[in-house]
Design a protein around this ligand. Sequence first.
Ligand code: G4P
Length: 284
Amino acid sequence: MIIQWYPGHMTKARRMMQENIKLIDIVVELVDARLPYSSKNPDIDALANGKYRILLMAKADMADPAVTAAWEKWYKDKGFYVMAVNARSKSGIRGVNQLIMEASKEKIERDRRRGIKNRPVRAMITGIPNVGKSTFINSFAGKAAAKTGNKPGVTRGKQWIRLNQQVEMLDTPGLLWPKFEDQSIGLKLAVSGSINDDILDSREICHHLITYLQRKYPQALAGRYHIEELEDTEKILEAIALERGALKSGAAADIDRACSLLIDDFRNLRMGRLSLEEPDDLVF
Ligand code: G4P
């Protein structure tokens, strides 16, 4: 399987990140809670070297809560300040400000000792496309946040959103790119909707998803499609087609449609809140 990506786009994004990272104290990195390893670009660790680090597991409202708790612990053990969030709701991100203050307490204390008052902590939001950066910025900054110098054409400098006395946020998120270290990372990103399905073969995605669900969440799969026999993935796709009325002329199962329905069901939580990887089990 060949995964196409856009090197030109990536190079530009990386340059922007390198420039912007010099201006900030703290990196607030978003990953997808359903795949907190595969949706995280490991290069950020080198880029953000020396900065305070927060890891927000966005879309936690879509992930298996027990698995999210395991990931939270895993990343905390690695030294991150971690929180599972629903970036779509204001209440879902309550506590992030507190976490920023906690993560940057050294800097705040240092400023205080030097007699520097009211210098806000400067934060940058980063993450791969579709992980929820803009949604988070909107929920977090809200309407009340005053933008500083936000008139296009008037101010050429960076745009900062003043959140309160203590925190300022760069309003352009740092765009990271997924890292396809192996094929399963690409497959998980495709299932979650983070990368365009067209890049990968959808049948292949479905076979992997079914195999994974059989292994990790057999009841979810059986319950949704009333499947008794859970062996052959092709047969399961046929059963899904019949159950969901995806038929071609002559009443033959339309496997391609069944595949789209399965992925759509996963993304819309019709099998419940499911995660695609666990800290001690990345197999997909
Ligand atoms: P980006 O800036 O990182 O590229 O991502 P963006 O905020 O555009 O979010 C991508 C999609 O993910 C959006 O859905 C957004 O609503 C959804 N999303 C972001 N964070 C969360 C979260 O914590 N929980 C859930 N359930 N969804 C989240 P969309 O379908 O593209 O648009 P819409 O449904 O909001 O109209």
